[in-house]
Design a protein around this ligand. Structure first.
Ligand code: AHR
Length: 772
């Protein structure tokens, strides 16, 4: 196999191609990257956030035998009206009464000889009291402690530095009232002094370092669905994410419901995001809500959109304005007089529906007019193809969005099969921001499939400007979503196989693409299909559907099936079999319920099938989906809602691999089913302009090795360093015990007479850095 590049044969600058996606999902911020160790520090947890929460969540009251005491929550004289609740401890008799915080993951992690900054606000009711602060074992062994004499009746901040004498990952923070009387307490905080770059209110050093090590070109924040799933009122507990709520004094940031089912302190707010981006050399890429919540279909009235547009304009001023401007002055006051150099802004997260796209132009025009240099990002929804995807692209084309945010989570086979997905996107004015993608799982096979796809992203960097894997972080004890790139608990962290692939590609991105050619006698291979030929009807949720006039028409003739009711009571009805080209027809009417039903075809077993999702996701979708080895891919989606009592004529056609779904004669979805073709090798090349090194990346999905000769036509290779990933079973994955089982190794390739020779291992990723 010969792989050839020529440094004169440049394609396009690779710019900011690879970056990070941050969302506070899986406790990625609180209980994750944000280094605060106290959970529910301001006693604001409540059932709006999660119906198992209350103001005492993560706190335990400890009243020793012989003492008479009480703990309660009040809100009459708050430290800040935005976080009104605070703790009251009354000790009527006895030696002490205490509360203990258990932190995240069942304990507060401390390391021997390390120091921790404690702070809280406290007051007494006139009678001076003594409050002891201790880091203790579950059994009460003190690892560090201090005492405060509290005689103020107005809120006052108390601080102390506690140095631990032992390591314990399950310790408790205890606040112990040691004299009879009453104490009011709020905003209890314990931070390790060892935060990333030693910043106050900073980030967990180990997790942040793993991100910094990737050398990302950008970081998108603060989400994800968390941006737009919420109420329109910025003061509501369940409001959408509003950046102005996330800056300034910590006790003034209103903690809120995070839509992933927990509470969010906003301690890691916009200022901290910008600073972190700067610290790791990543361009900040904030994404704001467009005044529309597709989860609950709440839309800001068009005549009230100014508030939302101002949020976007003010954010740009906050990031880039001089300290003479209102928002620039605030940034300077917070400690950063220099601008943050914002270049990108996203409006909307994976939006679907006309409501968002009615609103987007107002944002677009206002930002373009005031800040023509800012690159504006539109959104193409959460699907890789179909009506909503096209709606996003049409809007981007109409208004001239600089980028469009595409999201998809699909089977690894889809990523392999769609290596050429972006080949036709060259020359478009709007560039793709692949703002969320991952194949389902964190095995070596997933990482390998993603790597083959990323080669396609690099080859198509003219159409694809930015890409980031998602989600980024997951606390193992609070999982909302999997897969994730980095997993952690309260004291350990590891990168997945996918992390190492992302890191390998990011740290070897190169500045400018080079055309690369491959000369081989090997042919493409087709991966055997796992699908079958059975056709079933299956219920969705609580819907009761009556199906009639059911026909399966194939080359063998027409087979009719008697009328059936599809409901939870009649879960899975075989209606026939068909191979090759065929058509399924039926009438369907919903008798009750909120969603629709499934028509399953090409069915082998429950893990390997295709299906029409008729009235899916909150009764908003019509989709063609596919399961391969249990992993779902939504191949095409359009907006459609089933109405009770209305009869629909449904037709599903399969013709030479092309699937067409029609409702009442109208094409709702049309897409090819996944056929996995494995090419002999996937290859990209780029040049590092600073060092002049030529970078060649190869992904070999075959089970056999390739003896490769790499040449740089117009230059003479001198040395070639290689980083390789290979040698694992497809199911191999990293873990706390084996954190870098699947990770790159370094090697050197032989160079003779200007030719680099290397045996590219089977099922491998290789990155060559060739000095010329
Ligand atoms: O990354 C997890 C979620 O996936 C994001 O919040 C959302 O944008 C997408 O649906």
């Amino acid at each position: 196999m010969k792989i050839t590049v020529n440094t004169q044969n440049k394609t396009v600058p690779l710019g900011d191609l690879y970056g990070l996606f941050f969302e506070d999902i899986n406790h990625a911020a609180d209980g994750g990257l944000y280094a605060e160790l106290v959970r529910n520090r301001s006693f604001e947890f409540c059932e709006v956030d999660n119906n198992s929460y209350n103001h005492f969540t993560a706190w335990t009251t400890v009243i020793p035998d012989g003492a008479r005491a009480k703990t309660s929550i009040q809100a009459e004289h708050p430290l800040c009206a935005k976080n009104p609740h605070y703790l009251v401890i009354d000790l009527y008799s006895g030696n002490s009464a205490a509360v203990q915080n258990e932190g995240y993951n069942g304990g507060i992690p401390i390391n021997a000889c390390e120091s921790y900054n404690f702070s809280c606000y406290a007051a007494c009711d006139g009678r001076p009291i003594t409050l002891e602060i201790a880091i203790e074992s579950i059994d009460g062994e003190a690892y560090a402690k201090t005492e405060f004499r509290i005689d103020n009746t107005d809120w006052k901040k108390y601080t102390a530095c506690l140095t631990a004498v032992k390591t314990d990952y399950k310790s408790r923070l205890t606040l112990r009232l040691k004299t009879c009387g009453r104490v009011y307490i709020d905003m209890v905080s314990l931070f390790p002094q060892n935060t990333y770059k030693g910043r106050e209110n900073g980030l967990r050093a180990d997790i942040a370092q793993m991100l910094a090590d990737m050398k990302p070109r950008f970081m998108r924040f603060p989400g994800g669905c968390l941006i737009h799933d919420g109420s329109l009122n910025a003061d509501d507990r369940d409001s959408m994410y509003r950046w102005k709520n996330t800056i300034g004094e910590l006790h003034e940031r209103p903690s809120r419901r995070n839509n992933w089912g927990y509470s969010q302190t906003l301690g890691l707010g916009y200022y901290e995001f910008f600073v972190f981006c700067e610290d790791i050399g990543a361009k900040p890429l904030p994404v704001l809500s467009g005044g529309y919540d597709p989860h609950h279909r709440r839309a800001a009235p068009l005549d009230k959109l100014d508030e939302w547009i101002d949020d976007a304009l003010d954010l740009i001023e906050f990031a880039n304005g001089s300290s003479d401007t209102e928002w620039g002055a605030l940034r300077a006051k917070l400690g950063h007089p220099e601008p943050f150099g914002l270049e990108y802004i996203g409006i909307g997260n994976e939006e679907v529906g006309a409501e968002f796209f009615e609103r987007y132009p107002y944002f677009h025009k206002a930002i373009r007019e005031k800040y023509p240099e800012i690159k504006i990002i539109n959104t193409a929804g959460p699907f890789v193809s179909g009506g909503e995807y096209n709606r996003g692209w049409n809007s981007a084309n109409e208004y001239g969005s600089d980028l469009i945010d595409e999201h998809y989570y699909l089977a690894p086979e889809w990523f392999i099969a769609n290596h050429h997905h972006y080949d036709s996107y060259k020359g478009r004015k709007t560039k793709v921001f692949l703002g969320e993608y991952a194949s389902w799982d964190n095995t070596w096979y997933n990482a390998l499939a993603e790597a083959s796809y990323m080669i396609g992203l690099e080859r198509n960097a003219e159409g694809v400007a930015l890409a980031c894997y998602a989600p980024m972080l997951a606390n193992v004890d609070y999982v909302n979503w999997r897969p994730d790139m980095i997993w952690f608990d309260n004291h350990r962290v590891y990168g997945t196989a996918n992390y190492y692939v992302q890191k390998l590609f990011m740290t070897n991105q190169g500045d400018t693409g080079l055309a690369v050619s491959v000369d081989t006698e090997l042919e493409n291979e087709v991966m055997p299909s796992t699908l079958g030929n059975k056709i079933y009807l299956a219920p969705r949720g609580n819907a009761v559907m009556e199906c009639s006039d059911i026909e399966i028409i194939s080359e063998k003739g027409t087979v009719k099936h008697p009328n059936i009711t599809v409901s939870a009571e009649n879960p899975h009805t075989l209606i026939g079999e068909a191979d090759g080209n065929y058509t399924i027809k039926m009438k369907a009417v919903r008798k009750s319920g909120n969603v629709g039903f499934f028509i399953q075809f090409d069915y082998a077993d429950d893990k390997n099938k295709r299906f029409i999702d008729f009235g899916g996701w909150e009764n908003q979708d019509s989709a063609i989906c596919e399961n391969i080895n249990g992993r779902n891919s939504c191949l095409d989606q359009s907006r459609f809602s089933v109405e009770t009592g209305k009869t629909y004529e449904i037709e599903v056609r399969v013709e030479n691999g092309l699937i067409t779904h029609m409702i009442d004669g109208v094409v709702m979805n049309k897409i090819r089913g996944t056929e996995v073709v494995i090419e002999p090798i996937y290859c990209s090349s780029s040049v590092d302009e600073k060092t002049g090194e030529v970078i060649i990346k190869t992904v070999n999905l075959r089970q056999s090795a390739h003896n490769a000769q790499l040449t740089v036509e117009d230059k003479t290779p001198l040395t070639a360093e290689v980083q390789t990933m290979y040698g694992w079973d497809d199911t191999a994955r990293n873990s706390f015990d084996k954190p870098d089982l699947v990770s790159p190794k370094s090697d050197t390739a032989e160079v003779h007479d200007g030719v680099v020779s290397y045996t590219i291992p089977p099922r491998s990723i290789c990155v060559f850095r060739i000095k010329v």
